[in-house]
Design a protein around this ligand. Structure first.
Ligand code: NAP
Length: 293
């Protein structure tokens, strides 16, 4: 294991997308990177690329307490009193579907990964962050600020992560530990393919009654979401914001990233300015939701 001039960081969910781009960028910038993945094949591909030891893949599912503990032990032994200068809580997924029909198990899973997993990882690595007076960067979403039909589970999980981030930032202020939320709009990562797969499965399993009520709008919404993700910002742009959050002398508490997604920015502004019912009406009009009365 090599020590590097900028210190050590741990990033979760580095098999694809933002996590992988952040791991590559931070290694290039002179950090010692611990990159967590869930599958041995992803660990092996990183090992092959970084034979110098500046980037160490670790197997860790953020929902498995024993894997988190194992990872914390490995990192602790490796960095010792130098601690960690950064923890990037990036791992995440999206559960879709109308609230009336989303399964409670799926809803729990959304929170297991996007919320409880992030907190469990944060708790496990905080002693190492404290040693280096490091920073914690949580990857939220524009869904940390605006909720939308058919992705309520994702938005609720990201709102919750935002709430934890705000509280933790205040709790850790006495130690000078910064806690930052990065809130990207659509990203062209591996996520849209996963959303398409999950939607196809959910849609196929919907009852005729559920399909009759929600099918058309749900499909319309998810197709739009997938399209906007596929043409979204590159994961490297989010990685750049993570670097900025780790290095800025006075980091922002939230980095909102929209890469020319004008309607997103407009929605955020309108959400703060106009009454809820007017905002709802605007979204519903866009979705062509039919009045069922
Ligand atoms: N895509 C977007 O439009 C968008 C927009 C705003 C915010 N975000 C957020 O950005 C972050 C990165 O997403 P992305 O777009 O880069 O998607 P991605 O390419 O699908 O990457 C997600 C990563 O999370 C990992 N992961 C999923 N479940 C996990 C678990 N239980 N334990 C550990 N790792 C797990 C995945 O690992 P596996 O490969 O093993 O599944 C993968 O490495 C997420 O927090 C996401 O919510 C995404």
């Amino acid at each position: 294991m090599v020590q590097r001039e900028k210190g050590a960081v741990l990033i979760t969910g580095t098999s694809t997308g933002v996590g992988r781009a952040a791991a590559i960028l931070l290694e290039k910038q002179g950090y010692q990177v611990f990159a967590t993945v869930r599958q041995e094949k992803d660990a092996e591909s990183l090992r092959q690329e970084y034979k110098s030891g500046s980037l160490t893949p670790i197997l860790m599912d953020v929902t498995k307490a024993e894997e988190i503990k194992f990872a914390a032990d490995i990192v602790s032994k490796s960095v010792s009193d130098r601690g960690l200068v950064g923890l990037v809580n990036n791992a995440g997924l999206l559960v879709d579907g109308p609230v009336e029909y989303v399964s409670i198990d799926d809803l729990r899973w959304q929170f297991e990964v996007n919320v409880f997993g992030q907190i469990a990882v944060t708790q496990a690595f905080l002693p190492l962050i404290r040693k280096a007076k490091g920073r914690i960067v949580n990857i939220g979403s524009v869904g940390s600020q605006i909720s939308a039909p058919f992705i309520s589970a994702l938005c609720a999980s990201k709102f919750a992560l935002g709430a934890f981030t705000d509280a933790l930032r205040m709790e850790l202020e006495p130690w000078g530990i910064e806690v930052i939320l990065v809130e990207p709009g659509s990203i062209a990562s591996a996520a849209p393919d996963k959303v398409e797969e999950s939607f196809q499965k959910n849609f196929a399993n919907m009852s005729p009654e559920a399909k009759a009520m929600y099918g058309d709008t749900y499909k319309f919404f998810v197709e739009g979401l997938i399209k906007s993700n596929r043409t979204g910002m590159p994961p490297e742009q989010v990685a750049g914001a993570i670097l900025e959050a780790l290095e800025a002398s006075k980091p922002k508490t939230r980095y909102f990233l929209s890469k020319g997604q004008i309607s997103l920015v407009l929605n955020l502004i309108l959400k703060k300015l106009i009454p809820d019912r007017n905002f709802d009406a605007m979204i519903l009009k866009g979705l062509k939701l039919k009045n069922q009365n």
